[in-house]
Design a protein around this ligand. Structure first.
Ligand code: FAD
Ligand code: FES
Length: 265
């Protein structure tokens, strides 16, 4: 049944070889994986479900957003923030070892139109899909604002890479980089939200709920990428259910990206 499901939905299980595992700071790691065969199309907001290797106690795969893809070199990258045992074990993987992944999973963000002005907001590990969206959207840099929130300056990683694709704004909870506070306290939210055609966000629930509230107030299109706890990643275990105006939906198959108007927030 598992094999049939994956086949019908053009998802696959593949072993990819680790070609890079770089510590970006003490808790965030950039892991790049190479496939011996061409990669399927991976859209911003989609994710991969990774088996935690050599662990007798972690049975379930762990979901990670696609951070970057290079189709010429058949490589894809993820950013892993250490949260618990699974992510910790994953960051200990060595170059040359392989990882079993199920992909591509979920539905990605709605692409902006070429003339759209967009605001991309990432908090914590939620910054990963934002860079991929900024890159793949094909928008001119002037039309892209990237607002990244974190606890401290040390938590802001890969900043140079983000700067290539948009105007960068930061918040930190202790004020060590950018404006002090949460992303929704940034001046972009205070007086400029109506300037944007679309807002996209990924991060902690509380952050996305606060963004959704502001976007509704300003009547701006907004999509968020939910990070509900997941197990199977393809709609069978029902552990990732989110109540929506269309009923209870699996975040792994009907999301993780949702329009805020569909959520019961
Ligand atoms: C669609 C999707 C995309 C994701 N993309 C990324 C990414 O790009 N980079 C990244 O670092 N992480 C990402 N995550 C989160 C990542 O999957 C979890 O951090 C990871 O599964 C935690 O596993 P663990 O074994 O380390 O933690 P566990 O030992 O399973 O959990 C440790 C603690 O964290 C909590 N927790 C676990 N998962 C989550 C979660 N998803 N949200 C909130 N709390 C959680 C648990 O309840 C527990 O309290 C994503 C999650 C989803 C659903
Ligand atoms: S993770 Fe199993 S149904 Fe979504």
């Amino acid at each position: 049944m598992y094999a049939n499901y994956l086949f019908m939905n053009k998802k696959e299980v593949r072993n990819l070889v680790v070609i890079e595992n770089t510590a970006l700071n003490t808790t965030n790691f950039l892991i790049s994986l190479n496939s011996s065969e061409p990669l399927p199309i991976l859209l911003p907001g989609q994710f991969v479900n990774i088996e935690i290797k050599d662990s007798s106690e972690i049975f379930l795969r762990r979901p990670f957003s696609v951070f970057d893809v290079n189709y010429d070199q058949n490589t894809l990258s993820i950013i892993v923030k250490i949260l618990g045992r699974g992510s910790k074990k994953l960051t200990e993987i060595r170059v040359g070892e392989s990882l079993s992944i199920v992909f591509p999973l979920g539905k990605g963000f709605t692409f902006p139109k070429s003339e759209d002005k967009v605001l991309l907001v990432g908090g914590g590990s939620g910054v990963a899909p934002m860079l991929f969206l900024a890159k793949e959207s094909g928008l001119i840099k002037e039309n892209v604002s990237l607002l990244l929130g974190a606890k401290t300056i040390e938590d802001h990683v890969n900043v140079d890479e983000y700067a290539k694709y948009g105007n960068l704004y930061f918040t930190t909870e202790n004020g060590s980089l950018g404006e002090k506070g949460f992303v929704t306290q940034h001046s972009v939210f205070q007086n400029r939200l109506e300037n944007y055609d679309k807002i996209y966000a990924c991060g902690p629930d509380a952050m996305m709920k606060a963004i959704a509230k502001e976007a509704k107030k300003a009547n701006v299109f907004c999509e968020v990428s939910l990070e509900n706890l997941m197990a199977c990643g393809f709609g069978v275990c029902l552990c990732c259910i989110e109540p929506t105006i269309k009923g209870n939906l699996c975040v792994c198959t009907e999301g993780p990206v949702f329009n805020i108007n569909d959520l019961k927030w």
